[in-house]
Design a protein around this ligand. Structure first.
Ligand SMILES: [Zn+2]
Ligand SMILES: [Zn+2]
Length: 147
């Protein structure tokens, strides 16, 4: 898919002085080609065959570095484990309440919400998050079969 975006991301990382280890590259590459918003555990399981000496802690550490450099977005939902995705396009999420699947959808960024919130409250706004919830197509079909 987007080899180009990966290259750009890596250049940006190097410019901010972050070393690109093979593992870090693999984590980035995995996220770049993933649509499932994986947890650190998912990433670990996907890569452990390639890097037998890698631990889950290493995966977390790599994700943290990538997040701090703005390449990766961490999605936290209550007390379930964080999910991660590459942070190269702005988008919103719709979440299935039955299976927890997260799907991207695009909608113009609600910038006016941020400026309104800033104006009304005097806050310096950093970001906003919006999620839409429902039942995904597969879960909808499964429900249908039970009847
Ligand atoms: Zn579902
Ligand atoms: Zn997403």
């Amino acid at each position: 898919m987007s080899e180009n975006r990966l290259q750009k991301a890596i250049v940006a990382l190097k410019e901010s002085g972050v070393r690109i280890t093979p593992q870090r590259h693999a984590v980035l590459d995995y996220l770049m080609n993933s649509v499932i918003h994986p947890t650190a555990d998912d990433i670990y399981k996907a890569l452990e065959g390639k890097f037998p000496n890698m631990s889950v802690a290493t995966v977390y550490n790599n994700l943290r570095v990538l997040r701090e450099n703005g390449l990766v977005r961490e999605l936290t939902y209550g007390d379930s484990s964080s999910r991660f995705e590459i942070n190269l396009t702005d988008h919103y999420h719709i979440i299935c309440e039955s299976c927890g699947k997260i799907v991207d959808f695009h909608y113009p960024s609600l910038d006016e919400v941020e400026s309104l919130a800033a104006k009304v409250t005097g806050f310096e706004v950093s970001h906003h998050r919006m999620e839409v919830y429902g039942t995904c197509e597969e879960c909808k079909q499964q429900k249908g079969h039970k009847h």
